[in-house]
Structures are given as C-alpha cells and as structure tokens.
Design a binder for this molecule. Structure first.
Ligand SMILES: [Zn+2]
Length: 108
C-alpha cells in the first residue's frame, strides 16, 4: 500500500482507497496510469521535502558552529549554549535525514 495525494484536494490517501475520505472523489474513475503518475509525483515531492529538511539542518549546524567560535561569544554564556545546541541538533538532524533519504531512494 502506498500513500498518494488526492488529485483534487491534495490530502494524503491510500492508493487502494475507492474514494478520497476528504473530498469524496471517486478514485475508481482514475486509471492505473494516473495513479502511477500521482505516486511518482508524490515521491518527487517527498524527496524534495527531505532535501529541504537536510538543508535546514545543515544551516543549523553551520550557523551554530560559526557562532560558537565567534569571538564575541563567551564560553558558558547562554549564547554559547544555544550555539552548541544548534550545532548538535543540526548535525543529528542532518544525519537522520540523510539516512532517511538513502532508504527512501532504495525502496521502489
Ligand atoms: Zn480528496
């Protein structure tokens, strides 16, 4: 079972559903080509979203990292703690997203 976006209301529905639970569109009217196409578009969107997340994580990491070694930031101050937290969170998020992307690209 795969999740696709409803062609009219764009909400997530199962590709096995007979009709959209949100707007009531009958999916039996759609042929398998259209469903496959929807699934393909959905995959691209998902990959794009993951890429955006990884970009944000990277920004968090870099921003925190540079801020942490900024001369104006004293060690032990809350700015330093915040920069450190941002670096760690950004790093972990980035790793998690990359792994997810890897698995995402493998599955068919
Ligand atoms: Zn719908």
């Amino acid at each position: 079972m795969a999740v696709i976006n409803c062609p009219t209301c764009k909400k997530k529905i199962s590709d096995k559903a007979k009709e959209c639970g949100h707007c009531g569109l009958s999916l039996q009217a759609l042929d398998s080509d259209k469903i496959a196409n929807l699934r393909h578009v959905n995959r691209i969107n998902q990959a794009q979203r993951l890429m955006n997340y990884s970009f944000v994580a990277m920004l968090l990491f870099c921003g925190g990292f540079f801020f942490m070694f900024n001369d104006n930031v004293e060690q032990g101050s809350w700015q330093h703690d915040l920069a450190m937290a941002s670096t760690v969170i950004g790093f972990v998020l980035y790793l998690v997203i990359r792994v997810r992307l890897l698995f995402f690209k493998r599955q068919k």
